[in-house]
Structure formats: C-alpha cells, structure tokens
Design a protein around this ligand. Structure first.
Ligand code: NAD
Length: 333
C-alpha cells in the first residue's frame, strides 16, 4: 500500500455508495475508498453507451457490493441509499455529442436520474453526505480568466446544460432541506479505466486509445487552445476530500490541475509517453460548434477550503496510464 493509501481517513469503516461505480471515475473512486477502509457499494446499470466496464472492478469484486441497477429506478436507488454515510453521484450519460443526438435520454439520466438519487436520499437517508461530480464544460466559453466558481454558466451542449441543472438540484437539496451536499467540477480527466474507444467522451482518453494502438492522433486546427487536464487519482482525491470535509457543504469547487496545456502539448505528451503519431486537420463543422476555445480554471478555492493539491504532472499521469492499459488493452478496445 502506498503512503497516500495508508493515510488516516474519515472514510474508514464508513458505508459508501458510488453511483456509476463501474465507469471510469466511479471505479477509480470505489477502489480508493476500499483502500481507505470504507465499505463500498457500487450502483451502476452498465449502460453500453458509457464507459462502464466490469473489468474496472474485477480485482476488488470480492471487497465491494455491486448493484446492477439504474438511477432512474426509484425503488432501486432508494434501497441502495439506506444506511450509507456517503453517496458519490458519478452515474451520468457522459457524452457531449450523444447528448445532442439523444437529448431526451440525457435529461432522463442527468436530470431525472440525479433527482431520483436526491429524493431517495431525502426520504430514506437525509443524513447522507452527497458529493455530485460536475463538469467544467458547464461554463461554456470562458468570459474571464481564470475561470472560478462564480463564472457564469452558458453551456454549449445538452449534457453540460443538464449537468448544470443537476448541480443546482444538489445544492438546493442542501440549502432547502439542510442536507449535506457538495459539487466537485472536474475537467478532462484521464487515466486508467477510462473509455478509450471513442472520441464521444472527450479527446484525451480517445487519444490515449489511439496511441496505445500505434495510430494517428488527429489534432483539429492549430491545437493551441488551452485545456485543464487532471490525472484521475488527483480527481478521486478531490472527491474524497469533499466527502470528508464539512466545509464542502453547500459549495461548488473546481478541482483542476495547477497548469494548463495546449491540445498540441497534450497530444505530444501522449505520443512521447504512450505511442502513436500526430496528424493536423481542419476543424469539422459539427465539432467547431461545440468548441469552447481556451479554458483556464483556477483551483484556488478547493485548495484553500479542502486542502486538496494535485500531485501528478501530465507526464507522470501519462506514464501511469500507459503502464496500466498496455497489458489489459483487449478489455478496453
Ligand atoms: N471523465 C471526465 O473527464 C469528466 C469530466 C467532468 C465530469 N465528469 C463526470 O464524472 C462522472 C463520471 O464520468 P466518467 O467519465 O466516469 O464516465 P463513464 O461513462 O466512464 O461512467 C459513467 C457510469 O455511469 C453509469 N451509468 C450511466 N447511466 C446510468 C444510469 N442511468 N444508472 C446507473 N448508472 C448509470 C455507466 O454505466 C458508467 O459506468 C459523470 O458524472 C461525468 O459527468 C467526468
């Protein structure tokens, strides 16, 4: 066990529910909670359009409870939320382009599903701490730099709009009902157990998949737009800090890295640490419409309030990502 893994944690012995726990972030979070001594239940419907993958938890299956069910099933989520101390709300319909072609599904999962989670908690376990995972794309195009938690939200796709709505539901359940709720907004998370098969879930993990297959990474335009990317272990630690701290209640935080990288730099880091090559092409029209330009996010609030610090550089994260995927690639591609 690593030094970080053995730190004293408020989650030791606690009951923790992770919706979306078979997906990328949820499974990494579930694993970390097990390491910290929590009793973990994963609640996931293994949506084939998502990054859900049983292999993500294959080596901790004996240590956790798995409920294969949908957050849209009120009875199911009501049963699962009872007796939990912490609920990490990671289940989502997570594709920006799919939310434009299937907007109703996106509302069903990202709005109605999260509302089911909140209602189940309010009725059957109002003392549970709820940590909702938000996304930096809720803000849309940057109006001032750096972006902080007070930046206006004008999302450019239905997924991001619904994540904005569900974030507000979570906060309202905190302010109106006095429940313990908080939101950690993440941005371009990469790392082990991500969905590397398709570009629909963000470019960075897709680039990792291409690199692992020795293929070309296609960079649109000049690739000079700035992005915040985070290695998944850092993101998971931010979610856990939020769960452990009463100071997070009623608050929204951006948990982003200390520095930004251009898309070209990110592609170069992937090629250098994992493989593949880079090809530059003109912007396709449909992708240009969703392009947000530069994104520069401040992590000052999360650092000050929750004492969270990102630990992994882009290079370290890429090395660890390549090392994880290489021997198990057939489980992901
Ligand atoms: N990956 C990122 O870069 C990123 C960035 C910002 C925010 N987020 C947020 O993090 C959370 C997790 O995303 P991820 O990247 O791990 O995606 P993912 O697709 O890998 O995981 C989502 C999981 O939710 C499950 N799921 C989907 N619909 C469900 C439903 N109706 N009921 C139960 N389970 C359902 C899927 O089966 C999957 O296992 C999401 O809330 C997403 O909005 C992710």
């Amino acid at each position: 066990m690593s030094a970080a893994a053995s730190r004293a944690s408020d989650l030791r012995g606690k009951n923790v529910l992770v919706t979306g726990g078979l997906g990328f972030i949820g499974s990494n979070l579930a694993r970390r909670c097990v390491e910290l001594g929590a009793k973990v239940t994963v609640y996931d419907c293994l949506d084939p359009r998502s990054g859900g993958n049983m292999f993500n938890i294959h080596d901790i299956e004996a240590d956790i409870d798995i409920v294969l069910n949908d957050i849209r099933n009120f009875e199911g989520i009501s049963a699962a939320v009872r007796k939990q101390d912490v609920l990490f709300s990671c289940a989502a319909y997570t594709s920006h382009p799919n939310s434009m072609t299937d907007p109703i599904v996106d509302i069903e999962v990202n709005c109605k599903g999260v509302m089911h989670v909140l209602e189940a908690a309010r009725r059957f376990n109002p003392g549970v701490k709820i940590v909702q995972v938000g996304t930096s794309t809720q803000i849309g195009r940057m109006r001032h730099s750096p972006v902080d938690e007070l930046h206006p939200e004008f999302p450019l796709d239905i997924y991001s709009a619904n994540k904005t709505a569900s974030e507000k539901y979570v906060l309202i359940y905190g302010s109106y009902y006095g429940m313990q709720t908080t939101v950690i907004r993440l941005a371009n998370v990469f790392g082990p157990r991500s969905n590397i098969r398709t570009p629909d879930f963000g470019f960075i993990n897709y680039f990792v998949g291409l690199a692992l297959s020795g293929k070309e990474l296609t960079v649109f335009g000049d690739g000079r737009q700035l992005r915040n990317v985070s290695y998944v272990e850092d993101s998971v630690e931010a979610l856990i800090c939020a769960a452990e701290s009463p100071a997070s209640n009623g608050q929204v935080f951006f948990a982003s890295a200390d520095r930004q990288h251009t898309v070209s730099e990110l592609a170069a880091a992937i090629v250098s640490h994992i493989g593949g090559s880079i090809r530059r092409v003109e912007w396709p029209r449909d992708r240009a419409a969703l392009e947000i330009g530069d994104a520069v996010i401040s992590n000052a609030k999360v650092k000050d309030t929750l004492r969270w610090e990102p630990r992994f550089s882009l290079e370290e994260g890429m090395k660890k990502t390549g090392a994880y995927f290489r021997p198990v690639l057939s489980k992901y591609l």
